[in-house]
Design a protein around this ligand. Structure first.
Ligand SMILES: [Zn+2]
Length: 304
C-alpha cells in the first residue's frame, strides 16, 4: 500500500502522551541527570566514583571540548523533549502519519460516494492516544481496542493496537491497519445514515446482552466490515492510495484475525456463537469482500 501522494486528514487529534500513565513525566525534564548525580552523592560507592568522574569530565572538556559539548547537548535535548512527546514504542510519528493518510483517504472516498447519493458527508475526527483518554462514550483504554463513539463522532485509536495486531493476532501489514481504521469509519458512515441509532433502539427494546440484541450487533459489525470493503474497493479510484498485490489478502487475514470466533478460541479455547458481537471470521471476510466487489453504499444495505 502506498500513501505518499494521499492528502492527510485535518481531523486528527493527537493526544499521545496525555494518558494517565504518562502524566507523571511532565515537568521532570532533567530528572535523569539529577537522579544520577544524587545517586552518586548518596551511595558510598558513588562517592568513591564521584571524584574520578569529575576529573574525567574536566579532562574531557580540556582535551575534547566539541565532543563533550555535543554529548551534553544530546543528553539535555533528549530529556527536555521527552515529557511532551509520546513514549517510545507506544505510537510512533510514522504510524500517526499513516493513520492520518488513511483517514484522509476515507474522507475522499466517502465524500464522493455521499455526493453521488445526493448527500453531504460530515467527516469523523480521529483521536490518537496512548494509554488512556476520555470520550463521550466513557473513558478509553488501550486494552479496549479501536472504537467509534457516536456521542462525539470520533474514532478512538491507540496506536499500540497495531503492534499488538501484528504480534498477537498474526495480522501484520499496513493494509491490515488501514482495514481497522476503515471499519471504524464504517461505523461513522452507519451513524450518518441513522443506522447506529436505530440498531441501538432495537437492542434496548430486546434487552442488552440478550442473544437477539447480540445478533443485531453482529449485523452492525458485519455491515461496517462491508463498508470498509467499499473504501478498499474505491481507494485507488476516488483517493490517492495505491494498493499492492498482497493487500487484499492482508485485509482478509485481518478480518479473519479479529473475527469473534478466532478471538474467543484464542482466549478461551471454545467458541460460543450466541455471544458473538462482531461476527465469525468467515462472515467478516465475506462482508469485506461484498463491499470490496460491490464498491457502492448500496452493496452494503442488503444482507445485513
Ligand atoms: Zn466495529
Amino acid at each position: 500500500m502506498k500513501i505518499d501522494r494521499q492528502r492527510r486528514s485535518s481531523n486528527v487529534e493527537d493526544r499521545r502522551g496525555q494518558g494517565p500513565s504518562y502524566a507523571r513525566g511532565r515537568g521532570g525534564g532533567n530528572s535523569l541527570l539529577v537522579n544520577l548525580a544524587m545517586g552518586l552523592l548518596f551511595s558510598r560507592a558513588g562517592r568513591r566514583l564521584l571524584i574520578p568522574l569529575i576529573l574525567i569530565a574536566i579532562a574531557g572538556f580540556v582535551f575534547f571540548p566539541d565532543q563533550m559539548r555535543g554529548l551534553l547537548a544530546s543528553v539535555q535535548g533528549g530529556q527536555g523533549a521527552a515529557p511532551m512527546s509520546a513514549p517510545r514504542g507506544a505510537a510512533s510519528d510514522k504510524e500517526v502519519d499513516f493513520s492520518t493518510a488513511v483517514l484522509g483517504s476515507t474522507e475522499d472516498v466517502w465524500g464522493k460516494l455521499f455526493a453521488k447519493a445526493g448527500r453531504t458527508y460530515h467527516p469523523a475526527a480521529m483521536v490518537i492516544y496512548s494509554g488512556g483518554t476520555r470520550s463521550a462514550c466513557g473513558s478509553a483504554r488501550a486494552a479496549m481496542g479501536p472504537f467509534y463513539c457516536p456521542g462525539d463522532k470520533k474514532v478512538y485509536l491507540d496506536v499500540s493496537f497495531f503492534t499488538q495486531m501484528a504480534r498477537q493476532m498474526d495480522a501484520p501489514g499496513d493494509f491490515a491497519q488501514s482495514y481497522v481504521i476503515a471499519h471504524e469509519i464504517g461505523h461513522h458512515v452507519q451513524d450518518e445514515f441513522g443506522i447506529l441509532a436505530s440498531a441501538h433502539k432495537r437492542q434496548s427494546a430486546l434487552g442488552r446482552g440478550s442473544a437477539k440484541a447480540n445478533a443485531i450487533q453482529v449485523q452492525v459489525e458485519l455491515q461496517a466490515d462491508c463498508l470498509a470493503g467499499v473504501w478498499a474497493g474505491q481507494a485507488q479510484t476516488l483517493s490517492s492510495v495505491t494498493l499492492d498485490a498482497g493487500d487484499m489478502k492482508e485485509a482478509i487475514k485481518a478480518a479473519y484475525a479479529v473475527g469473534d470466533d478466532t478471538l474467543q478460541r484464542k482466549a478461551r479455547g471454545v467458541v460460543v456463537p450466541e455471544s458473538f458481537t462482531h461476527g465469525s471470521a468467515r462472515a467478516r471476510m465475506r462482508a469485506f469482500t461484498q463491499g470490496f466487489e460491490g464498491k457502492t453504499i448500496a452493496s452494503c444495505t442488503s444482507g445485513f
